[in-house]
Ligand binder design. Structure first.
Ligand SMILES: Cc1ncc(COP(=O)(O)O)c(C=O)c1O
Length: 389
């Protein structure tokens, strides 16, 4: 029997200390920006957290065997990826993980390759470690009313051949374009990086959010030397609980990462993150699958809305994530101007593509009740209609 989960009833997040909801100065904003979801997490996670709260003592954590068992079992059964316990380093988030791995694997001044557009914290993590951002621009591929992206393998090879460039950050699946890289693409990337001794950090935080019927390929299954970052935080909407894992099979690589995690003082996690991860990986699959169906419905609605109400704006073909990537070049204005204008005049908040290193796009977070998303899109349409060019 499939259980019914309610993603339609809006939860009022205002005043709950939500970055997404409480950052706007006006009260009536619909926030479709920061990548968290407006849905309560899975009931099994809430129950597990409740039991943990009832215990009443929240001292320092020793991560239990259950934690590793849950992580290993989930990845083996759900993704066909075998992890050994001794490969795992837990930490407080994927961004702290990526930053510490860059610190471990580079020296100041080294180049770190990213495929752009890219998640904005990749840029800050590279800069904060005094490294150089080396952009490998994704190639846009148009077909009909939609478009997608592929990795420019020739320019990747050129970037990797430069001895100054030591590391590449892969986002698998990719934020903000929603691409799930195919096994073939991942094998090409692995081949290029191996040829030139470039280490790959693969951020797989969006891997659970594939659209129904689509599967992702864990990068570790094509490149056993890579360092993988993963977390249940995006998929189960528990980012505020701050839990993530680094999987690094090579012992010497793991040792330098472990050193950096300690240097950065991100080696401790909190009891709620641990409890939530165990519940998510052991019991969260039915909820997650229902969520993926719901997001797929929101995406279908968004596509229909753009096709009928805003036909000059093209939507990138989505394979994973709950983030729609929309081409606004037809408007002849910058993405920042549209973000500001839509927020000011119509009280809908989307992210400017410039934040991800790509002008001419906006990113829309679709992870909210469908009625709220529809109202946000109506507001966006009004903002587009009344903007002064
Ligand atoms: C690709 C990617 N990595 C990492 C994060 C954030 O990870 P964390 O909150 O665990 O630091 C995000 C959040 O949107 C993301 O999109």
């Amino acid at each position: 029997m499939t259980r019914h989960f309610d993603f339609d009833t809006p939860v009022d997040r205002r005043g709950s200390g939500s970055y997404k909801w409480d950052s706007a100065s006006q009260q009536d904003v619909i926030p479709l920006w920061v990548a968290d979801m407006d849905f309560p997490t899975a009931p099994v996670i809430i129950d597990a957290l409740r039991r943990r709260v009832d215990h009443g003592v929240f001292g320092y954590v020793k991560v239990s065997d259950d934690y590793y068992d849950a992580l290993i079992s989930w990845n083996r059964h759900r993704h066909g990826w075998t992890i050994n316990r001794d490969m795992v380093i837990y930490t407080s988030g994927v961004v702290p993980a990526v930053s510490a791995i860059i610190k471990a694997l580079t020296r100041p001044g080294d180049g770190v390759i990213v495929n752009t557009p890219a998640y904005n914290c990749f840029f800050s993590s590279i800069r904060n470690n005094r490294c150089t951002i080396v952009e490998n621009l994704l190639i846009r591929v148009d077909s009909g009313d939609s478009f997608t992206y592929r990795i420019d393998l020739d320019s990747l090879e050129e970037a990797c051949a430069d001895p100054a460039n030591k590391v590449m950050i892969l986002c698998n699946p990719h934020n903000p374009t929603g691409r799930i890289w195919t096994r073939g693409e991942l094998e090409e990337i692995a081949g290029i990086c191996h040829r030139h001794g470039v280490m790959v950090i693969s951020d797989e935080i969006h891997c659970e959010l594939t659209l129904p019927g689509r599967e992702y390929t864990p990068y570790a299954t094509v490149d056993p030397d890579a360092v993988i970052c993963c977390s249940p935080s995006k998929a189960f909407n528990i980012a505020g609980l701050q839990i993530a894992n680094i999987v690094a099979p090579s012992e010497p690589v793991r040792a330098v990462i472990d050193r950096a995690i300690n240097d950065n003082e991100v080696c401790d996690v909190n009891p709620f993150g641990v409890t939530a991860l165990i519940a998510a990986y052991n019991h969260g699959a039915p909820w997650l699958d229902a969520l993926r169906d719901y997001i797929s419905g929101n995406y279908a609605m968004l596509l229909d809305f753009f096709a009928t109400e805003l036909p000059s704006l093209k939507v990138c073909s989505l394979e994973s994530t709950y983030l729609a990537w929309v081409d606004i070049t037809a408007l002849g204005i910058s993405s920042e101007k549209l973000e500001e204008h839509a927020l000011e005049t119509e009280r809908v908040w989307v992210n400017a593509g410039s934040m991800y290193g790509s002008e001419g796009y906006i990113r829309i977070n679709m992870a909210c009740p469908r009625s709220r998303l529809l109202e946000g899109l109506r507001r966006l349409k009004r903002a587009v209609a009344n903007i002064v060019r």
